[in-house]
Write a protein that binds this ligand. Structure first.
Ligand code: SF4
Length: 334
């Protein structure tokens, strides 16, 4: 447990200012995320250094397709989330505190120093992803880990819902190399069903992009939440106003947790991709068994062939198309 950052004292309690929920909490109460509590008049982080899962994953699993393709990235996560998606694929972690009545004392504590040592010994490339549940509600630990990793030239990646206030985001920005941001819907009604709102997530994506962080965006295409072609048109058009190079991953939904609609049809995913590729160069379909290769936006030749997590660079050298010389947006070894 550690004193939290970003909160203020109010007359009868405290106000958490980490995410746009701005929870007001009296003594002993816990925020919507389950991970922050008022103790002795101070806001504390309950999940500080509590590591609920870690593994070395293919970077494509994050998903990041234009950030050192083929790399293996040390991935680490905790429990808790500040959204309440009824179809959450990781509810055992995200809803640990409420639905699963978990006891945080039963989760291993791993200091920042130990985490850095684990990343260095992992056998993967020198990269770490804060993922699995929502890194925003693990803010203090993630910030300290990012600082320590940067000192050791380990790259920092977040896989996040982007539902964070501007000030705390600025704390992360100097240490962040890449982010995959979940843009869950481009309609306010869609976000309402998840207990969030659209504008803060757009603000996060824009800020990260403008700060030079490598950004990719994922939208899980969920019936009744994010399955509107008009909304996809608006989403991809907005994203292309930042840059048409930003990769967009359209992920197939399967029934899970409290959501029982049938899986997204392949036909809808293909139509969504068709709409999005009017605005964006790189649109991928995920959670399906099909080709997800990268093509040169200049000459159309294949640059990176992907089959599942097998990645082969077939026409990319030094980050450029070996046929026409056009640069491929992203980060690649020299
Ligand atoms: S981080 Fe948690 S406690 Fe803080 S405002 Fe968001 S949901 Fe509430």
């Amino acid at each position: 447990m550690k004193e939290a950052l970003f909160w203020s004292q109010e007359k009868e309690g405290v106000r958490c200012e980490l995410c746009p929920h701005h929870c007001f909490l009296r003594e002993g109460k816990v925020g919507l995320c389950g991970a922050r509590k008022v103790r002795d008049g101070r806001l504390v982080s309950l999940n500080y250094a509590r590591v609920a899962g870690m593994a070395v994953d293919p970077i494509e699993k994050k998903p990041l397709f234009h950030f050192y393709p083929g790399a293996r990235i040390f991935s680490v996560g905790t429990v808790g989330c500040n959204l309440r998606c009824p179809f959450c694929q990781n509810a055992g972690l995200s809803r640990f505190f409420d639905d699963y009545h978990g006891d945080i004392e039963e989760i291993d504590e791993i200091s920042v120093e130990s985490l850095v040592a684990l990343v260095e010994r992992s056998g993967g490339e020198k990269m770490v992803a804060y993922t699995y549940s929502e890194p925003v509600v693990w803010y203090e630990y993630v910030l300290e880990a990012m600082r320590a990793c940067r000192e050791k030239r380990i790259k920092n990646v977040v896989v996040t819902n982007g539902f964070i206030e501007s000030r705390p985001l600025e704390g992360w920005v100097p240490f962040l190399d890449a982010a995959n941001v979940d843009l869950k819907s481009f309609q306010q009604e869609g976000y309402k069903k998840l207990g969030g709102s659209l504008d803060p997530v757009k603000r996060t994506i824009q800020r990260l992009f403008e700060a030079g962080v490598h950004v990719e965006v994922t939208t899980l295409v969920v019936p009744g939440v994010s399955d509107s072609l008009e909304a996809m048109e608006a989403l991809s058009s907005w994203l292309s106003s930042l840059s048409p190079e930003i990769p967009l991953h359209l992920s197939r939904y399967f029934p899970h947790y409290h959501y029982h609609e049938p899986p997204t049809t392949l036909d809808l995913l293909h139509r969504m991709r068709e709409v999005a590729t009017k605005h964006l160069f790189h649109v991928y379909i995920g959670n399906v068994v099909e080709d997800a290769s990268t093509f040169c936006p200049g000459c159309g030749k294949i640059l990176i062939r992907r089959s599942g997590y097998l990645v082969e660079r077939v026409g990319l050298h030094g980050g450029k198309c070996s046929h026409c010389g056009r640069s491929l947006w992203g980060r690649y070894e020299d």
